[in-house]
Design a protein around this ligand. Structure first.
Ligand code: TYM
Length: 326
């Protein structure tokens, strides 16, 4: 069985983009893969976090994993900082990556915004992400499009190390959804939907009430030509709605557009509202139960033990290859 690894940052506001780009794949892949899903708290502290809030957000994401359908009997669910191999391998990989390639990462450029004093963790973030993946001899990494460049870097580092130290790492592949890989902000469809945008109507959070879902989608930015057509470049707003609908229904964007020929944007929006509300309702119900249950922490402890057993094997191999320790 091929091995899958992925992670989500515990930073609140888990949204439709996270779900349609990544979490939905997590559930699908469980059927015929060995899956490891991480809550990447060490990534979250690359920007300042309130410690109490971070603790809550870790449990929130763990509960959401399970609420969308990740089954702890089938998959490993754990918190990154519970397995010390992530930080240890992160350091080894830092010594095998170049500052030039890290400065070129578009996410670093966006987050650092050209400032002089930027946290070193923001720069080395993709190296820690590579460590997360390589620590588990991962074959497949289900993520949204925004992580494509980070996966490429992970592959480059793995190939580089394998060249020097022979067969150290499995070289992984990214896996991207057809329709959900890049969900755009509802208020500005030229930007991706994000956890941190100030306008709450830019995103649908997975726990949003039906009314909020309706409001955010009905006021989504479209355009003035009135034609329902999939054309992300010229019609980003309408195309984003078609994408969301397609990701939920499995119908192609072209088929949906054809079905709505001659109808107005309001008609399309109403169906997107209904599809979103229907999909999120069971997730919200499951979440409320799981988040309050004692089982949650036990799942994370068990996940950490199982993850650690795999990680330790890799670290033993890495230490030997590099000549670390005695
Ligand atoms: P994070 O926490 O920002 O996002 C979690 C997942 O959601 C995807 N995503 C989106 N997909 C579609 N449309 C969007 N608008 C959208 N926004 C986010 C992300 O691509 C991601 O799959 N660096 C990662 C976390 C990470 C990781 C890893 C992932 C750390 N180590 C190892 C995979 C493997 C991140 O910040 O994701």
């Amino acid at each position: 069985m091929k091995r899958v690894f992925s992670g989500v940052q515990p930073t609140g506001n888990i949204h439709l983009g996270n779900y349609l780009g990544a979490l939905k794949q997590f559930v699908e892949l469980q059927k015929d893969h060995e899956c490891i899903y991480c809550i990447v708290d060490e990534h979250a502290i690359t920007v300042p976090q309130d410690p109490k809030e971070l603790q809550q957000h870790i449990l929130d994401v763990a509960a959401l994993y399970m609420a969308v359908g990740v089954d702890p009997k089938k998959s490993i669910i754990f918190v990154q900082s519970s397995v010390s191999g992530h930080a240890e391998l992160g350091w080894v990989l830092c010594c095998n990556s170049y500052t030039g390639e890290l400065f070129r990462m578009t996410q670093f450029k966006a987050k650092s915004g050209g400032k002089e004093s930027v946290g070193t963790g923001l720069l080395t973030y993709p190296v820690l992400m590579a460590a997360d993946i390589l620590l588990y001899d991962t074959d497949v990494v289900p993520v949204g499009n925004d992580q494509k460049q980070h996966i490429e870097l992970c592959r480059d580092i793995a190939i580089r190390v394998n060249h020097k130290y022979k067969d150290t790492f499995v070289v992984p592949d990214g896996r991207f959804m057809k329709s959900g890989a890049r969900i755009m902000a509802l208020d500005d469809p030229t930007q991706k939907m994000s956890k941190s945008a100030i306008n709450v109507h830019s995103r649908i959070s997975l726990l949003d009430e039906d009314n909020k879902i309706k409001k955010s989608i009905m006021r989504a930015t479209t355009d003035s030509d009135g034609e329902i057509r999939f054309d992300p470049e010229n019609k980003p707003g309408v195309s984003n709605l078609l994408n969301i609908y397609s990701a939920f229904s499995g119908e192609s964007v072209e088929d949906i557009a054809a079905r709505f020929a001659g109808k107005g944007y309001g008609d399309l929006k109403k169906e997107v509202v209904a599809a979103t509300q229907d999909a999120l309702r069971p997730i919200k119900d499951n979440y409320a139960q799981i988040r309050e249950s004692d089982e949650l922490k036990a799942v994370l402890r068990d996940g950490a033990d199982r993850a650690n057993a795999i990680a330790e094997k890799t670290m033993k191999r890495v230490r030997e290859k590099f000549g670390l320790g005695i």
